[in-house]
Design a protein around this ligand. Structure first.
Ligand code: HEM
Length: 263
């Protein structure tokens, strides 16, 4: 009884049954408890338990990996807010974006989303450059480098799919050019090398009406179906894959012995 009286409100919460059922470690005081607090938490355990000093030095990491993730979170939150307003149809898409730009505070959200996307592309490239310059792609980190390459492709694809959504001339022609390039993709583009090899007898499996360009456009030209496809890919499909890959990427940094260091 006397002990209970001495507890301050924070300690009371930390010692309550509800708190303990969620956070098994209680308030971490010792080194071991701090370690257990990280290991027992589904989100925190993706992060290394211990960090060498160089790993938190801006001079070594440039913090570009962390910044890329931070920008991804900013883009997710601002993107969800934009989804409340924007309608992905030929009739409304363009005017919704004009309205959004002029509305406050959603107008600010659009700017945050747009500038955030530019910043994320730059941050991811700089992060890759840093990893390369510090030789952090070498064993045992070669798998995480490959996961990184996928994350890079996904970041670029997020930008590409988002670019169509304002449905202005710039967007429509940029996506026309981009998807025209897809027709030359090896094997899955009908004009690409190897596409003619994918045939059953005389029947070509990869043609203008079944290749990757057709799948992206939902037809042969940029139109209503393309807008809907890009919207779904931009808002759900690609971010979903990105989140899974990021979880693997962070967890793998830990499994590879933490962030690499100067030799
Ligand atoms: C969405 C994109 C990405 C995010 C959010 C991300 C995030 C991170 C974070 C937070 C770290 C911890 C160290 C640091 O901050 O520098 C890291 C490490 C690493 N990343 Fe990325 N990354 C991304 C893309 C890439 C790309 C494009 C590559 C390379 C192709 C890459 C390869 C690596 C490697 C090899 C490590 C371990 C580095 C070391 O041990 O020093 N990542 N990443």
């Amino acid at each position: 009884m006397a002990d209970e009286k001495k507890q301050n409100p924070l300690e009371k919460i930390a010692n309550s049954q509800v708190w303990k059922s969620i956070f098994r470690t209680g308030i971490p005081v010792t080194r071991r408890q701090r370690m257990m607090a990280i290991l027992n938490n589904v989100f925190l355990h993706l992060h290394p338990v211990r960090l060498p000093k160089h790993a938190v030095k801006i001079k070594y990491t440039w913090c570009m990996g962390g910044l890329s993730f931070f920008l991804f979170l900013v883009l997710t939150i601002s993107g969800i807010l934009l989804m409340f307003y924007y309608r992905p149809t030929v009739e409304y898409a363009y005017t919704d974006i004009i309205d959004l730009t002029e509305q406050v505070p959603l107008g600010v959200m659009r700017e945050i989303h747009r500038w955030g996307a530019h910043a994320m592309v730059i941050a991811v490239w700089l992060h890759m450059f840093r990893v390369f310059m510090t030789g952090s792609y070498k064993p045992p980190r070669e798998f995480n480098w490959s996961v990184g390459v996928l994350l890079m492709v996904i970041t670029m694809f997020l930008s590409f799919t988002g670019y169509l959504l304002p449905w202005d001339q710039l967007a429509i022609w940029a996506v026309t050019v981009g998807t025209n390039m897809a027709r030359a993709h090896p094997f899955i583009g009908h004009e690409g090398p190897g596409a003619s090899l994918l045939a059953i007898g005389d029947i070509n499996l990869v043609h203008a009406g079944s290749d990757i360009r057709f799948a992206l456009l939902g037809g042969r030209f940029v139109g209503e179906a393309t807008l809907l496809r890009f919207y779904v890919l931009h808002c759900i499909g690609v971010p979903f894959i990105a989140m899974i890959l990021m979880a693997v990427h962070f967890w793998r940094v830990r499994k590879d012995g933490g962030i690499s260091g100067p030799l």
